[in-house]
Structure formats: C-alpha cells, structure tokens
Design a protein around this ligand. Structure first.
Ligand SMILES: Cc1cc2nc3c(=O)[nH]c(=O)nc-3n(C[C@H](O)[C@H](O)[C@H](O)COP(=O)(O)OP(=O)(O)OC[C@H]3O[C@@H](n4cnc5c(N)ncnc54)[C@H](O)[C@@H]3O)c2cc1C
Length: 381
C-alpha cells in the first residue's frame, strides 16, 4: 500500500494544530499543576471550536454534521491529544446512537449533534468488566416499560451527560446473548450518581451510578431485545480506533520534546544526544511510533472503505497503547528529574496512557481476541 494522507486532510489537521497551539497550549501549565481542566473551560473550548467549524465533525451531513470519515477523525484525535487535557471537539454521537430509530433520533441522536444533549455509556459493573456476560444490572419488562435495577462502575463523562447508553441483562440465562441496550435519561426517577472515583489520570474521574426501580419506556430500547452484544461490539470497535489514534499524538509530542531536550541537555561535558543510550531510546520510539501510525491509519482507511475492522482495531489499539507506554517512559527517562516534575507534560501523559491498556478492553483480552481470530475453534476452552 502506497499510503499518503490526502492533501485536504493535511490542511484540516493543520487547522486543528493551530487550534491546539492557540487555544489549548496556553492552558497547559495550569492544567499540569491542577491536574484538571475545569468543566466550564472545557465547554468554552468546545464553543470556540464550534465557532471555527470544529463541531459534529463525523456526523453525517444530512443531519447537520461535517461528514468526515474515520481516517480524518483519527488524524484530528492524534493532533488534539498532543495536549495532555485530552480535549475533544463536540457534537459527535457515540457509535451506538447511529442505531437510533426515527423517534430516538429526534430525542437523542440529533440533540447530540446540535449540542443540546450529551451521553455517556455504561457496560462495566463491579463484577463484570472484561466479561460482559456477567452483567447483573437487570431490566425486567412490565407492559410497555422496563424496570431497571443494578449499578454500573467506572463510567466516564457522567458529570456532563444528560443520558446513559445503558447495557443491561434482559435474560441472565443467555449471558452475553441476553444483553439489551437502553437510552436512560439521567433525570429518570430511580437513577442516582453514587460516587466519583478518583484515578491516577489527570482529569479522568469516572463514576459509579445506580438504578433503583428505574422505569424506562420500551421506546427507549436501542435495537432488539437480547441483541445488544453486537451494539456493544460496534461501540467498542470504534472507540478502540480513536483511543489508538490518541496514543499516536501522545507519543509524538513526548518524542518531539525528548529530541529537543537531548539536543540541549549537557551531562559530563557532552550533549546527551551524543550518547548512544539516549539515541537508542529515541530510535526505538520512532520505529514503534511509525509502526503504530500505519496500523491505526490502515484500520481507519479500511473502515472508510466499508470493511469490517474488528480485528484490525484490536491490533491497532493493543500495539499503540503499549507503544505509548514505552515511548512516554523512555521520554520521561531522557528528561531525567524534570520529566518526573509537573513542569513538563510527560508525567501526565505517562499516567494517562496507562489507562488504555485497561479501558475499552484490556491488553490481555485484546491478545485473546487476536489469537482467536487466527486459531478459530482451536482456541476455545
Ligand atoms: C478511568 C476509567 C474509565 C472508564 N470508563 C468506562 C466507561 O465510560 N464505561 C464503561 O462501561 N466502562 C468504563 N471503564 C471500565 C473499563 O472498561 C474496565 O475497567 C475494563 O473493561 C476492564 O474490566 P475490569 O476493570 O473489571 O477488569 P477485569 O475484567 O476484572 O480484569 C482484571 C484482570 O484480569 C485479566 N483478565 C480478565 N479476563 C481474562 C482472560 N479471559 N484471560 C486473560 N486475562 C484476563 C484482565 O486483562 C485484567 O488484567 C473505565 C475504566 C477506567 C479505569
């Protein structure tokens, strides 16, 4: 494959870079010290992005979006993630919401594109993370409604969401094939935010949420009963590609900084750039970053061509997240004590990338799925 990023996408990314340099970069020092970008600032940045045309970038044009493809979105994610606050432009519906029926489109999908409503998604439970078949939050049918009881843990973006894309069991005897998906407004009686969970990542605080006799109309069911495994898989595959793209931006930013630092830092009378130990860390990082970039771009390009990329998304996310862990670690090492300090963003990136060997599927589950795609039935227990 003679791969080249098309000229129009390069211009787009250049504009995103300008946004990052003008709007985000001035906030970096405060972000690093506070470990947080206040929600009001994040929303103001979204509005600023919107004024500049960075809104609903991947939503279809027929619904008021810009209609960009997956490769374009990966390039944008890569560029934005060079800032440690992990800012994202608004107006992009979660992949699951593309399955909304006409009524649900009016109430959920379109308001997200217009910036009137926001969602979070909830699979994980205290006893069900990797193994979604163990989901215990139950929805029991009562006439035209469902009664939901249970709790979800580690749910991101609850603080800014208006509704939850909720995955529950509707038939426990069927495990993962007994899962259904509902769109649950957070104002629904019986819905509660139980607690916020502090984490080692800057500004990434997921929540525990609970449902007690929470009445959800059948009209809020997304897709067929007991058929939400495929919705979850679709959502996660898209997410994996985006996460993989984030790792590229993070690793590139850290590597660029490490290269500049190595050229100026003197120890034992020489620039550390002259030391082979440093050169090898830089070389290994460049090789791995280039390899990860090709995996991510290729998977995105395949997705744009309408191909199924479930396995490619596993491969890209697995490699990119582990690559970013190694690159941020090496770059922190090249910076010495300064790298460990909050005066440079490397430590923030280093902590943040750790999440992605766990979130959206752990590295072990990724390896398992990749192996299964090769081994087929021979890999079954
Ligand atoms: C900051 C943060 C944000 C999150 N945001 C969300 C969110 O918005 N929505 C949401 O639904 N979830 C979210 N999650 C949850 C996340 O997706 C889960 O933590 C993840 O899927 C792993 O599940 P677990 O933590 O229960 O680990 P477990 O499944 O308990 O796994 C524990 C360990 O066992 C290993 N393991 C499990 N099964 C196997 C196996 N078969 N073979 C080999 N090893 C195995 C795992 O790889 C891991 O190392 C978030 C998590 C964090 C930390």
């Amino acid at each position: 494959m003679d791969f080249q990023v098309p000229e129009d996408l390069r211009l787009l990314v250049d504009n995103v870079r300008k946004f990052r340099e003008r709007e985000l970069a001035p906030l970096e020092r405060d972000f690093l010290l506070a470990g947080k970008l206040p929600l009001e600032t994040r929303l103001a940045l979204e509005r600023r992005g919107r004024e500049l045309g960075f809104w609903a970038l991947d939503a279809p044009e027929e619904y008021g979006g810009v209609g960009l493809g997956h490769l374009a979105m990966c390039l944008i994610s890569e560029e934005l993630s060079k800032h440690p606050a992990m800012f994202e432009f608004g107006g992009s519906p979660e992949p699951s919401l593309y399955l909304c029926n006409d009524e649900q489109k009016e109430s959920y999908f379109l308001p997200v594109i217009r910036g009137e409503r926001r969602s979070c998604y909830a699979f994980t439970e205290a006893d069900s993370g990797s193994d979604l078949a163990q989901i215990r939050t139950m929805a029991v049918r009562r006439g035209d409604d469902w009664i939901v009881n249970g709790a979800k843990i580690f749910i991101s973006h609850v603080e800014r969401a208006d509704f939850v894309i909720l995955f529950v069991s509707t038939d426990r005897s069927k495990g993962a094939r007994g899962i259904s998906c509902f769109l649950v407004d957070m104002k629904t009686p019986g819905f509660r935010i139980s607690r916020m969970i502090p984490t080692m990542g800057d500004d990434w605080e997921p929540y525990e949420i609970a449902f007690e006799d929470c009445l959800v109309p059948d009209a809020n069911r997304l897709g067929e009963v007991n058929a939400a495994w495929a919705i979850a898989d679709h959502q996660l595959t898209h997410g994996r590609l985006k996460i993989a793209a984030h790792q590229l931006g993070i690793a590139q930013r850290c590597l660029d900084m490490a290269v500049e630092w190595a050229k100026q830092r003197v120890a034992f009378g020489k620039k550390i750039a002259q030391r082979q130990a440093i050169q090898w860390m830089i070389a290994d990082s460049e090789v791995e970053l280039q390899a990860a970039r090709m995996l991510v771009y290729r998977a995105a390009w395949m997705m744009d061509s309408g191909e199924r990329v479930r396995n490619e998304a596993f491969v890209a996310k697995l490699y990119a997240t582990e690559m970013a862990q190694r690159v941020t670690d090496r770059c922190l090492q090249i910076f010495g004590g300064l790298g460990y300090s909050k005066e440079v963003p490397i430590q923030s990136f280093y902590r943040q990338v750790r999440l992605w060997r766990i979130g959206h599927g752990t590295a072990e589950i990724h390896r398992w799925m990749i192996a299964r795609s090769l081994l087929g039935d021979a890999a079954r227990d």
